[in-house]
Design a protein around this ligand. Sequence first.
Ligand code: SF4
Ligand code: SF4
Length: 288
Amino acid sequence: MIISIASGKGGTGKTLVATSLALSLKDRDRVQLLDCDVEEPNDHIFLKPTIAHTEAVFIPVPKVDEGKCTYCGKCAEVCAYHAIAVLGEHVLTFPQLCHGCGACSYLCPEKAISEEGREGGVVEWGHSDGVEFAHGKLTIGEAMAPPVIRKVKEQANNEGIVIVDVPPGTSCPVVEAVKDSDFCLLVTEPTPFGLNDLVLAVGTVRELDIPCGVVLNRAGVGDKKVEEYCQKENIPILLTIPLDTEIARLYSRGITLVEGIPQWNGSFLELFDKIGETVNERISDTKR
Ligand code: SF4
Ligand code: SF4
């Protein structure tokens, strides 16, 4: 089962939920935690994994052989990202804008474009206290997170439970990280900002046809609007974590919730069981 942990905005407690869910399950099943928040991965701060492998991620970018080029402009026409331009008898490429889709080299009538790799980041994987771990780190200044996220997700095994920590927001990196999940947990807080970003995140996962539920973090701050929205939209609130200085203190020291306050272990196991029920119901519905 693949469970993604997402939030419409950063700082809502995604890491807290992802790390504690992974640790609570390690005695039950094979568990993997894949940190796909490649711009700012921080699950490793809490899990302190032993890294066994590191691999660079290369993004293919075009290289033009001007000896073969006729300056027809076809490559610039097909590039949706304006990463290649033809000005008179010059072809200019802008590697930082290139998404590595390969359309320009495929469609160049003179076969004047080859691809060379630009290092976009690294993926590291290993293990931590019974949890298999992988994360990606985007190169500083690099904008193309999806290839690094894809590489992190390649580490997913087809057995056991895979927990994917998704980048915050609702853009391409989020879609790349969330897609193929069996369930998406949306972590939010009961504030107007939390509600605004939750509504956007729900729109994204519904578009991807992935069932979702909410973890309400820092309950006690703000208002009841998130709860009212979830009720109206029939989205279950599967776990509530109160605003608590002890939880904040543990987090600031890089200690997971289930290690710092072991009573939370049972709550995370219940959370997983509720997710399992939803996933199983959906599987039975599709079989009918
Ligand atoms: S499509 Fe090929 S031949 Fe045409 S301008 Fe681009 S590189 Fe040159
Ligand atoms: S590989 Fe795709 S994104 Fe990159 S320059 Fe070519 S068409 Fe544009």
